[in-house]
Design a binder for this molecule. Sequence first.
Ligand SMILES: [Zn+2]
Length: 213
Amino acid sequence: MPSPKPRATESAPPAGFGAKILDMARQLAQFSETPDGLTCTYLSPAHKAAAAQLRDWMQAAGLAAQIDAVGNVVGRYPSAAPAAKTLIVASHYDTVVNAGRFDGRLGILTALAVAEHLAGIGQPLPFHLDVIGFAEEEGVRFAAPYLGSSAIAGRFDAAVLQRSDKNGVRLESLLREQGVDRDAIQGLARPPEITPAAAYPGGEPLGGGCPSA
Ligand SMILES: [Zn+2]
């Protein structure tokens, strides 16, 4: 009687999968506003560098990737069917002060590793797969959380544009300096059929959540 195939082998991820995710988190944590600990708040130089790094990784993974008007990093592994629906897997890359390196980022990097694997083996999907790094969830700089996910969900509250950071920089002015106006933000809203309300229970974005580490 042949011995059964060990289950662990059947379900094991590709070799190096976890190590790659942990290494990307380590590299991303090097972009910090503080020399000790990790702090990466909305549209700081560290935040912009982290966004560029995420975009570069997504492009290297074979995704069509860009940084959108509010700073979300959006990478797409397209379906062969142009009219297919879209599955969004997302989490945030901004941090609290003195953050753990996996908070938020783990949800992006794990999805990125999966998308890279699918693209690498040419696995066709019946839906577009969008991996999104949300620019802002923690609300540290402008006391306005969920700036990134609310724009994608079509629920961006324009009133928060009038808020200022501790140095008196107004959010609207900061965005305008980068050529971003309200229309550009409103234009990020995905059609309801690809962002069902169920994907954002209680305003929390779908995806990695906030593992403390
Ligand atoms: Zn978090």
